[in-house]
Design a protein. Structure first.
Length: 167
């Protein structure tokens, strides 16, 4: 192991880092060349190889469809339970409606009315059609009275509404 003195300057450390990075690039280039000779894929020169994230696995399309269907079923069950809970809460908070009902009519009257009402209508229509229409009386037309030069005298007990015009 390499032992460095404790009084190392920051410039020296920066220079060492640059040197090691250059060596790393050279080694990566040699590894890529060897892989190419062996028939493998060449490594990307600019980006170092990144290992896949741990825990990742390849999943087939069929498995993804099954997982999506299962997730939809789970969410449908959650929504259904939530809707049922809301309906129950709404039902519990609302008072029961008071139904106003009329007292039941006797059955005999209802039946009698059903039988009589259509018959009475028919009889009225028949009578109206059978009777001739009543003659209409016309008002008698009086010939217009001749205008006199003097104003007429109002009848007794009737006050004149229009004052007499002065000449």
């Amino acid at each position: 192991m390499f032992c460095m003195p404790q009084t190392v300057d920051a410039d020296i450390l920066a220079a060492a880092l640059i040197g090691y990075q250059e060596k790393l690039k050279e080694i990566d280039a040699r590894v890529a060349d060897l892989k190419l000779r062996l028939g493998g894929k060449p490594a990307a020169a600019s980006a170092p190889a990144v290992a896949p994230a741990p825990g990742k696995r390849a999943v087939s399309a069929k498995s993804r469809r099954r997982m999506a269907a299962a997730q939809k079923r789970r969410w449908a069950a959650v929504r259904k339970a939530k809707a049922a809970a809301q309906a129950a809460a709404a039902k519990a908070t609302m008072p029961a409606p008071v139904k106003k009902t009329a007292p039941p009519k006797p059955a005999a009257k209802r039946v009698a009315r059903k039988r009589v009402a259509p018959k009475a209508k028919t009889v009225r229509k028949f009578r109206a059609a059978k009777q001739p229409a009543a003659p209409v009386k016309k008002a008698a037309v009086k010939p217009p009275a001749a205008k006199s030069a003097q104003p007429s005298q109002p009848a007794e007990g009737v006050a004149a509404t229009v004052p007499a015009a002065s000449a």
